[in-house]
Design a protein around this ligand. Structure first.
Ligand code: NDP
Length: 487
């Protein structure tokens, strides 16, 4: 059978674009459809703009530090409009880079939503259909709000980059990557940040000691973080109450005792987003915030894609179920990236795309490797992590833990009480490093490098015989000689 394309990719994010380009480089005729902006979550509404906001927010601390180092630096105001104008231009540039890369590789771009019609056919929004020998679904995911009345009054991470102005106060709901990163960013930009996390400690799934330190540092930087707390109700606050709201705990803030009969309910109306929002928490406290941000997870973009009706299995969280080679139960249809809900990380989606091309277009069946993937959470300070947490490792085998926490030189000189943490989890039997967890400025950069050694199977003794780079924070990773504890 003659097809219009050898490969049709649905979704122009990091994974889809890489797979399309690599397949085209192998001589395949490739089409790619994107319904929104080229570049996907990472480039347009995720990693890239978020990291630029991390940079923007980190300057505030710099003024005080610079003064401690003898500079005459005065703290100025942050101008959101100036920053966001520059940010938008940068995103336009990057989107164009992605388009040029696809064009240059000979991939045909279709600026439209595409859905799957049958095992070899895709259908565009204008009703046109095209056939392809292989279809790759790389449609990513999207943020979800909790299932509660008035949830539309809260914004999600996609909206942050388009705010006309920064709120004075914000409530962030959630304790994952996005919640914690934006809590630090917005706090750094001068927004009064309150964060509710329903569990006992933020960043569930990460090493306990590491996330404990991140939480402590977030609180000491001014974030009003409440664990074991969730939102139970929200509504638009009336303007009279909004005018008195600071969200800092000044009136009925989360840090202040609340009179039970304060009857804030009387002052709220059900209304539209963009207005200050009244919130009630599980502990009964009530407050008003300029914005509420739901950072309560993401769901795969499979809705309305036509996948179930042609026999592609969709999992409990809406994800496309694939085998180790990213192939669905329909042999001509593959899926990669966040839509498969394996590891929701850009570099992983790219690897999955490359493995797909190896398998399908290079005759070299390759399963993407999801083991020992380093990652970073861009909180302030950052957390860099690879491998097992102490908790998971000790369930698996006998371990030694090497851990140190100290005040880093640069901040200590400036009189700050910031602490960093360097931690290695070591197998007693094989001496291999099972996990490495770093909480420090630039921990993302550090874990990338430590990750190479750990991926290669480095032992504690390999770390020990590596000479320290002095004076650095990360030298502690090669100078810890005595286990902090064994388990
Ligand atoms: P996460 O799954 O990491 O966090 C979601 C958070 O919301 C959790 O704390 C969860 O609580 C909480 N939550 C879920 N439902 C509710 C609810 N109904 N009410 C209250 N709280 C709720 O999702 P994110 O959106 O933060 O991030 C999605 C993925 O994106 C991450 O897993 C990560 O892979 C990726 N990402 C990576 C980044 C990086 O590499 N730096 C940055 C940003 C995102 P609980 O823990 O109890 O389930």
């Amino acid at each position: 059978m003659k097809f219009d394309y050898d490969l049709f990719v649905i979704g122009g994010g990091s994974g889809g674009v890489r797979a399309a380009r690599m397949a085209a480089a192998e001589g395949a005729k490739v089409g790619l459809a994107e319904e929104s902006r080229m570049g996907g979550t990472c480039v347009i509404r995720g990693c890239v703009p978020k990291k630029l906001m991390v940079f923007a927010s980190s300057y505030r601390e710099g003024f005080a530090e610079a003064r401690a180092y003898g500079w005459d630096a005065q703290e100025g105001d942050f101008h959101w409009d100036r920053f966001s104008g520059h940010l938008n231009k940068e995103l336009d540039r990057l989107e164009q880079v992605y388009r040029n890369l696809l064009d240059g590789s000979g991939v045909e771009i279709i600026d439209s939503r595409a859905v799957v019609e049958d095992a070899h056919t895709v259908k565009f929004a204008n009703g046109v259909t095209k056939t392809a020998k292989h279809i790759l679904v790389a449609t990513g995911g999207r943020p979800v709000r909790p299932d509660m009345p008035n949830a539309h009054l809260g914004i999600v991470s996609d909206d942050i980059f388009h705010l006309p102005e920064l709120p004075k106060s914000i409530l962030i709901v959630g304790g994952g990557y996005i919640a914690c990163e934006f809590a630090c960013i917005l706090n750094g930009l001068g927004v009064a940040v309150t964060q509710f996390y329903r569990g006992a400690q933020i960043l569930r799934g990460f090493d306990d000691e590491a996330r404990g330190l991140v939480a402590e540092m977030m609180r000491s930087s001014g974030i009003d973080l409440h664990v074991g707390t969730n939102i139970v109700d929200l509504a638009t606050a009336d303007s009279a109450h909004a005018a008195s709201s600071t969200g800092t705990g000044a009136d009925v803030g989360m840090g202040a005792p609340v009179e039970p009969d304060k009857a804030l309910h009387a002052k709220v109306t059900r209304g539209t987003p963009g207005k200050p929002v009244w919130v009630k928490a599980t502990n009964g406290r009530e407050d008003v915030f300029d914005q509420v941000l739901f950072a309560t997870g993401r769901e795969p973009n499979t809705h309305g894609m036509g996948l179930e009706k042609i026999g592609v299995e969709i999992g409990r969280r809406g994800e496309i179920v694939v085998d180790a080679y990213s192939q669905t139960g329909v042999p001509s249809i593959y899926a990669i990236g966040d839509v498969t809900n394996r590891l929701q990380l850009t570099p992983v989606a790219i690897r999955e795309g490359m493995a797909f091309v190896e398998t399908v277009f290079k005759g070299n069946p390759t399963a993407p490797d999801h083991d020992l993937v380093p990652s970073a959470i861009f909180t302030q300070p950052e957390m860099g992590t690879i491998g097992l947490t102490e908790e998971a490792a000790r369930d698996q085998e006998e371990i030694e833990v090497y851990c140190t926490s100290f005040r880093p030189m640069q901040q200590a000189f400036a009189g700050k009480s910031d602490r960093v943490l360097m931690k290695l989890v070591v197998s007693k039997a094989t001496r291999k490093i099972l996990g490495c967890h770093i909480v420090a400025p630039q921990a993302g950069e550090m874990i990338q490098l430590a990750g190479i050694a750990i991926k290669m199977g480095a032992t504690k003794e390999d770390f020990d015989r590596t000479v320290a780079v002095h004076p650095t924070m990360s030298e502690e990773l090669v100078t810890m000689r005595t286990p902090t504890r064994t388990a």
